[in-house]
Design a protein around this ligand. Structure first.
Ligand SMILES: *Cc1c(COP(=O)(O)O)cnc(C)c1O
Length: 453
């Protein structure tokens, strides 16, 4: 029988981890998650945790969905693999493309499949070159994205993202330009005089300034998450998106909405583009589409982009062996069917209110400078001083301490610097959201005691 110490030894010897400090990890031993049920994960040592992060923003219906598992097993019997290259398709890929287009805003009707969010963003980079070539404007190749954005970890995704600590580790692709994020709390720490809505307009106008700086006839597209997830659940002021939308239309810059986290219900709508009323040219999706049970990503393409793409008469020279993998598509079809049985309405009508009722009052805690939430995501800004919003010393140490204390309190909360974030599964009820916030308060108490020392 393999045991916890043995797994930890093997892991230290052989497993190179994504986004982990390997030295620290080998010293302390990896946390081994051995099984899961509903909204809870279990460590191999038996410790039970309420998963406030839905895995990595993907297990939105929790870990026990028998219908998704059955759909996967049935598909393995019927057709375990076939490709979608060279004029071929199979039933699940066509059914899924139709099911996604049916839920999406009316002007997005084509789906290109990938295996991940990163590949989907890379695919958009390929498609926008193809689009502007078809429009006879091949000089439009510059892309604008935002600082502290996350668009994945392939070389395209990581170049699009605006995370300095990632860019330090490789040479990002050229002609990708980053503008300020709509992060009002950060601006307040820097003593902005603007109120929240004025700041939102200022942040949106950074896009116009960058377009004018690069030359409007050089700019292909603007990439953005509707709400920045990994960057710390940065919820833009209400004034932000309408102004961005105007700017994209004025300069004919394609709008790419990266909904890898927010697609399939997290705002209480199928897509955040519906929540914010965005006219996206591309909607990038992954994560929640299969409830995290099997990899699948893709991109929804608008009619006007499709029309231009189809005006090329040669093949689209792009695709992945597993684009539209039948087993992943079967899992996604089952996931969409379950989501449609009231889960998304529940996020909209019940859980987003529970978040406002129970999460926002965490702002009263002595080490919290701001609590914010939207739909079913939330964030807490940890501060040493509530009036100046000054951070604790140690550049992210407070977040790490709070994350560890949260695990002690039986809750998975993630830290991005000194910002604590959650994205709980949709299967929780109001009382469980309350329980989650009580555990978060307990984590804050424990963290405060440690940080005082
Ligand atoms: C996770 C994420 C990605 C990358 O998806 P992968 O499946 O990990 O490649 C891209 N964009 C956003 C907004 C994400 O949160």
């Amino acid at each position: 029988m393999t045991s916890l110490p043995q797994w930890q030894r093997q892991d230290a010897a052989h497993h190179l981890h994504p986004f982990s400090n390997q030295t620290e990890l080998n010293r302390n031993g990896t946390r081994v998650i051995s099984h899961a049920q509903g909204a809870y994960i279990f460590e191999a040592n038996g410790h039970r945790l309420l998963d406030g992060m839905s895995g990595l923003w993907c297990c939105n219906l929790g870990y026990s969905q028998p219908r998704i598992k059955q759909a996967i097993a049935a598909q393995l019997d019927e057709l375990p693999y076939y490709n979608t290259f060279f004029q071929c398709t199979h039933p699940r890929a066509t059914e899924l493309a139709a099911a996604i287009a049916h839920r999406a805003p009316a002007h997005l009707n084509k789906v290109f499949f990938t295996n991940s969010g990163s590949e989907a963003n890379d695919s958009v980079l390929r498609l926008i070159h193809r689009y502007w070539d078809a429009k006879g404007k091949p000089q439009r190749k510059a892309v604008i994205a935002r600082h502290n954005a996350y668009h994945g970890s392939t070389i395209g995704g990581a170049s699009l993202g605006g995370m300095g600590f990632m860019h330090e580790q490789f040479d990002p692709l050229g002609n990708i330009h980053h503008i300020a994020q709509p992060y009002w709390f950060g601006a307040r720490q820097d003593k902005t005089e603007l109120d929240e809505q004025a700041f939102g307009i200022w942040a949106a106008n950074q896009l116009e300034e960058k377009i004018l700086e690069l030359g409007p006839d050089k700019v292909a597209a603007f990439f953005a998450e509707p709400i920045q997830g990994a960057g710390g659940v940065i919820i833009p002021p209400d004034s932000y998106w309408p102004r961005v939308q105007q700017i994209c239309q004025q300069y004919q810059v394609l709008l790419v909405v990266d909904e890898v986290i927010f697609g399939f219900g997290r705002t209480g709508e199928w897509f955040a583009s519906q929540f914010y009323d965005l006219q996206a040219d591309f909607i990038v999706f992954a994560k929640g589409i299969t409830n995290g049970f099997i990899p699948l990503g893709g991109v929804l393409v608008s009619d006007r982009v499709t029309e231009a793409l189809l005006s090329h008469t040669n093949d689209l020279a792009h695709g992945f062996t597993y684009s539209g993998h039948p087993v992943a598509c079967a899992a996604a079809l089952a996931t969409l069917e379950i989501l449609a049985e009231g889960h998304i309405d529940k996020v909209k009508n019940e859980l987003s209110q529970a978040m406002r009722d129970f999460w926002l009052p965490l702002a009263d805690h002595p080490i919290v400078g701001q609590a914010r939430c939207k739909g079913l995501v939330g964030a807490l800004e940890l501060v040493r001083d509530k009036s100046s919003l000054q951070r604790f010393a140690g550049n992210g140490r407070a977040g790490t301490v709070c994350r560890d204390m949260s695990l002690q309190a039986g809750l998975v909360m993630r830290a991005t610097g000194d910002t604590m974030i959650i994205a709980p599964p949709f299967i929780l009820d109001r009382n469980e959201i309350k329980d989650l916030t009580e555990r978060a308060w307990q984590a804050l108490d424990l963290a405060q005691a440690q940080l005082k020392q």
